[in-house]
Design a protein around this ligand. Sequence first.
Ligand code: AMP
Ligand code: MG
Length: 418
Amino acid sequence: MAQLSDDCFAFGGPMMSVDEAVGIIAARVTPVGEVETVSLAQADGRILASEISAPLPLPPFTNSAVDGYAVRSGDLPPQGEQAFPVTGRIQAGALARESARPGHAIRIFTGAPMPEGADTVFMQEDVRVDEAGKVVLPAGLKPGANVRPAGEDISAGHSALKAGQRLRPQDIALAAAFGLTEVEVRRRIRVAVFSTGNELVSPGAPRAAAQLFDSNRFMLMAMFSRLGCEVSDLGILRDDRASLASGLKQVAAAHDLILTTGGVSTGEEDHVKAGVEDVGTLVLWRMAIKPGRPVAMGIIGGTPFIGLPGNPVASFVTFVHVVRPTVLALAGAMQQPLVPMPVRAAFTYKKKIARREYVRVNLHKAADGVLEVTKFPREGAGLLSSLVDTDGLVELGEEITQVQPGQTVGFLSYASLI
Ligand code: AMP
Ligand code: MG
């Protein structure tokens, strides 16, 4: 378990930019140490614990890239066609038993090893076989054509997969191509998730007139799952300092991260701050981000604590910018910067300078073929429909004060965020 110091999230400034938040997290949160070995079938999405260098070149031997006829490049017809007797046949998976004789061609198939002496292959579509059974080869083929040299993909010893990278299907294919059956990965991060609020009930429970079903907890648990975490669903804590304090304290030792949603603004019914301070340390990060309000960052018994706002959209956006980098740092993963894609705005928008804003948008191709985004018509941070009915977020940097139709803006699809 990563033990973080009580002042891990200390910050002196009045407002914190998104980049400062990510920088502090990346620099101060240390990864859990434990690694485990998993089979390739279990490796998707896991964080690689140590580098993998190529134990063999890829491809491991020089082979034909096509079905055709292998020849020595010295024999290539300088001009006009030339007929070659065909001696030998090499299938994929078979060894070339004889070497290529001068003036002869060898029938060869895709993936079959090149015979000794031959270095060029004619595609079968480009040749014809004459009545005598000879293969007639045209002029103009380059020496070395249609051959895949050993190591052209990856040379032996090359640092092919890096420690801290999240394994994707193509990375797993590479490990398999090296003949590996298992890989060393970091253990999954254990996260405890609570909602807070007297107005909340869990779906399935009876709902009183002034209550609503807890939706954030299920959104946040799903986001954690997508980040590869093991999630403990700890239900709803009441707006009460003592029950918050005891609920949080109980789970600290068994988890790498504790997350709550709701109760972190500065109203008198927001008890998360006091509850955490009873059992650990806490700072409120006033982030220069919209939607989003203060995010509570704390340490309880060495375990990091994050308190997100209760409004669903604020909770979603702050998760992406604060929780995601924290999980990556705990998991020993490389930080994965979000890279907005340039698209054309089809909306007008005004914003405050020195604050980063995220606008919920739909992406589509305009009549002139350019990718364009339209803004969701309403802006409330409590509107779940604004997340459900859109494709992603437009990121408006601190320096921007307005958006005009036709302007280029940066788009982040939901799929790229989580
Ligand atoms: P709070 O941050 O506790 O002041 O909550 C802000 C708003 O978000 C209030 O309208 C809450 O009812 C709502 N809210 C808080 N937590 C949740 C939750 N888990 N699911 C849905 N809405 C929530
Ligand atoms: Mg509340």
